[in-house]
Design a protein around this ligand. Structure first.
Ligand code: ZN
Length: 292
């Protein structure tokens, strides 16, 4: 499932393609993705100009010139591709498209989603899925004073599970939580309320660290052209399990998906267990639960 860095990477591409561009045609015929009529999609969007391309957590938000908002969530396998030419074809797994013009440049931006768990919503004001999100660690930063009471209210829940609650911090998923808790040397099973001020400060630094690492690794592999054969290549399928044999993809993470490998800090073999239904890799030495 795409996490904050994946969605931010998509946002940066969308910004290059869409900011300042005028929409000349719009199509969304998949009712799983866009739940109103295809006709309303075109009627509301054609002729509008895209002013900003924003993001909070895993949600994207376009602001258009008449204050219409376009929200998009990538679900499990969503992604946006752009191309300069229209060869008339619908790309495989294409669920929606915007045709836009920016100066002399025309392009087609397609929403691709093999498993169709994404959403596109048009609205005049922010939708609850957006307003209910906690602060975004990248754009809002992490305020320790704001985070502390949120953690102490969750008496029994583990810190790992609490980090995945989108109302606590927006956009943190299984990978970010795994990497950040390792960096901060916190046991993922520790009750959220048991974290001390110093733990919370380390965690507040570790989350942006993990985001920056992932953004850098995504940027290295990034290209503007859509992948061939309609495969949503950049959409990361939730790899709770390590990548399948035969898939030549390097694991870009330090901890995630590396059970049995030596901890990068202390060389102890990393272990894995299931917590709240999600696999969690951790170092039994660096992240040992301390007595409090
Ligand atoms: Zn270690």
């Amino acid at each position: 499932m795409p996490e904050l860095p994946d969605v931010e990477n998509v946002r940066r591409r969308l910004e290059r393609w869409l900011r300042g561009a005028r929409i000349t045609a719009a199509r969304a015929e998949d009712r799983n993705i866009y739940r109103a009529t295809p006709r309303s999609f075109a009627q509301k969007l054609v002729g509008r100009r895209v002013e900003t391309v924003g993001r909070k957590g895993k949600w994207l938000r376009l602001v258009l010139d008449d204050e219409l908002l376009v929200f998009a969530h990538l679900g499990m396998t969503g992604d946006f591709h752009a191309s300069a030419r229209d060869d008339g074809a619908t790309e495989r797994f294409e669920r929606a498209r915007l045709e836009v013009i920016s100066g002399p440049k025309k392009s087609i931006v397609r929403y691709i989603d093999p498993r169709r768990w994404g959403r596109i919503v048009l609205a005049r004001e922010d939708i609850p899925a957006w307003t209910e999100l906690g602060p975004d660690p990248l754009t809002d930063g992490i305020d320790v004073a704001d985070l502390r009471p949120k953690l102490s209210r969750r008496k029994r829940r583990s810190i790992k599970e609490v980090l995945l609650e989108q109302g606590v911090l927006a956009g943190v998923g299984n990978i970010l939580a795994t990497e950040a808790l390792w960096k901060a040397a916190i046991d993922p099973r520790a009750p959220a309320a048991s974290l001390g001020d110093e733990d919370i400060r380390r965690l507040a630094r570790a989350i942006p660290w993990a985001i920056d690492r992932q953004l850098a690794s995504l940027a290295k592999g990034d290209v503007d052209d859509p992948p061939k054969a309609g495969v949503a290549r950049r959409s990361r399928i939730d790899v709770d399990d390590p990548p399948k044999a035969g898939v030549a993809r390097r694991n870009p993470f330090l901890i995630y998906g590396r059970k049995g490998e030596p901890c990068p800090r202390c060389r102890t073999p990393l272990e894995r267990f299931v917590l709240g239904g999600r696999t969690t890799t951790f170092c039994p030495r660096c992240q040992e639960r301390r007595r409090r």
